[in-house]
Design a protein around this ligand. Structure first.
Ligand code: NDP
Ligand code: 2IT
Length: 443
């Protein structure tokens, strides 16, 4: 049995009932085969066995009191996956679906994504099954304070630096930061995605969505194409989706869809982004509200953006949101490029459809790395106690995304898989972490 098959068998046996974690590790390990076949140092150093086992997994009780005076109990997580190339770095997700499998798949992906940024950050992820939707600001604050009352002892500016993800934005980061500072007395860059008045970086809010478009553009450019004049479908209507939409529109694209977990909008005139931002960022409302002032737009319950004819698809909601049938529909309708804004939005079967159809496919760990890259830039600014201008941060972000494209595209070529950016991203991300692990000995 090959090294990869052997380790995958062990990973499956050791992590039963963790489908998302198994999905992520299987995809990554399978795409490392050309590298592992060319050099046995990774097997000799048991790198796959070590990299698939988190350095530390923390699970804790999060009790808080709701507005009716009732005590609620949620479960908190922080998985400190790999610190070979820097302090653990990665977001916190607050969503009712959160469990250990989801946090571990996100943490595992984060190791390789953070490596691709070229910045010194290791991989981690955390969160809770708490649902911020429909909660008052006071309830969200009570939850965040309780969450940080346990988390604070495990994190620090040089050990582990959490940030946002689904359900965690500026409001939550503010409450979490306040509690960390209150308990420790430290005013330090322990979280990223902070508000601009207390150490946040300009352009961090925009970074994941902008970065997604910068990387997608680099991929289109190599194929002699561009976003200008193209029809784009976007899923989600959160942080990543909104700023992907903004940057795509700035590049001359027409974005015709956005969605949330209840339904989706199709606007043949192109999404009115100011209106969508008002609904989502200001009112914390639902996509459905968009049609009230946009008579040409349609609202549909459930899932459906992948049925809309488009040139380019940017999934920006959640994992496994594009299945095999969705992928076939996209390809049949003429979609020629997919850039993954969300983490693992395409199932393995969907990825196979994209690769077999030779459409341009930018995998999540490369395409959405702009968020964490800009988080690392926020850490640098905090360390030097300076803030850079929007243009400075944005131009660094653009350079980083173009560099990532260059790197993953050449890695794919080097290992005989030209055009397969899944292989390119996994190998390029892995090599740096694996070599650092080997240099640091058995740990
Ligand atoms: P937000 O919470 O801001 O937005 C999430 C969006 O996705 C909402 O529209 C939400 O709808 C929708 N969504 C979430 N879960 C589901 C679901 N199970 N089914 C259908 N729709 C869903 O999160 P972000 O925009 O920050 O994150 C989106 C994706 O991007 C995630 O995969 C995240 O891991 C990834 N990502 C985020 C980064 C960041 O910097 N924020 C960086 C890199 C990746 P609803 O409001 O109804 O729940
Ligand atoms: O998935 C991700 O890369 C994020 N949610 C951002 C992590 C970060 O530390 O900014």
């Amino acid at each position: 049995m090959s090294y990869v098959d052997n380790v995958l068998e062990t990973v499956k046996a050791k992590n039963p009932a963790q489908p998302e974690f198994i999905e992520a590790t299987t995809t990554v390990l399978n795409s490392l085969r050309p590298l592992l076949d060319s050099d046995d140092k990774y097997e000799k150093n048991a790198i796959l066995e070590r990299i698939t086992e988190p350095e530390r997994q923390i699970m804790f009780r999060v009790p808080w009191v709701d507005d009716n005076g009732k005590i609620q109990v949620n479960r908190g997580f922080r998985v400190q996956f790999n610190s070979a190339i820097g302090p653990y770095k990665g977001g916190l997700r607050f969503h009712p679906s959160v469990n250990l499998s989801i946090i571990k798949f996100l943490g595992f992906e984060q190791i390789l994504k953070n490596s691709l940024t070229t910045l010194p950050i290791g991989g981690g992820k955390g969160g809770s099954d708490f649902d911020p939707k429909g909660k008052s600001d006071r309830e969200v604050m009570a939850f965040c304070q309780s969450f940080m009352t346990e988390l604070y002892r495990h994190i620090g500016k040089d050990t582990d630096v959490p940030a946002g993800d689904i359900g965690v934005g500026g409001r939550e980061i503010g409450f979490l930061y306040g509690q960390y500072k209150r308990i420790t007395g430290l005013y330090e860059g322990v979280l990223t995605g902070k508000g601009l008045t207390y150490g946040g970086s300009l352009a961090r809010t925009e970074a994941t969505g902008y970065g997604l478009v910068y990387l997608t553009n680099a991929m289109l450019k190599e194929a002699g194409k561009s976003m200008n004049g193209k029809t784009v479908v976007i899923s989600g209507s959160g942080n990543v989706a909104l700023y992907a939409c903004q940057k795509a529109q700035q590049n001359g694209a027409k974005v015709v869809t956005m969605s949330d977990s209840t339904g989706w909008i199709y606007d043949p005139n192109g999404i009115d982004l100011d209106a969508m931002r008002e609904i989502k960022e200001v009112k914390r409302g639902r996509c459905k509200e968009y049609i009230a002032n946009h008579p040409k737009a349609e609202y549909h319950d459930g899932k459906g953006v992948w049925s809309v004819k488009c040139d380019i698809a940017l999934p920006c909601a959640t994992q496994n949101e594009i299945n095999e049938d969705d992928a076939k529909m996209l390809v049949k309708n003429g979609c020629f490029a997919v850039g993954e804004g969300a983490n693992m939005p395409s199932t393995p079967e969907a990825i196979k459809v994209f690769l077999d159809s030779h459409i341009l496919f930018a995998p999540a760990k490369a395409a959405n790395a702009g968020g964490v890259a800009t988080s690392a830039l926020e850490m640098s600014q905090n360390s030097e106690r300076l803030s850079w201008t929007f243009e400075e941060v944005d131009s660094k972000l653009k350079n980083i995304m173009e560099g990532i494209y260059e790197n993953i595209s050449s890695a794919a070529k080097k290992y005989g898989c030209e055009g397969n950016l899944v292989v390119g991203a996994n190998i390029a991300g892995f090599v740096k972490v694996a070599d650092a692990m080997i240099a640091q000995g058995v740990c």
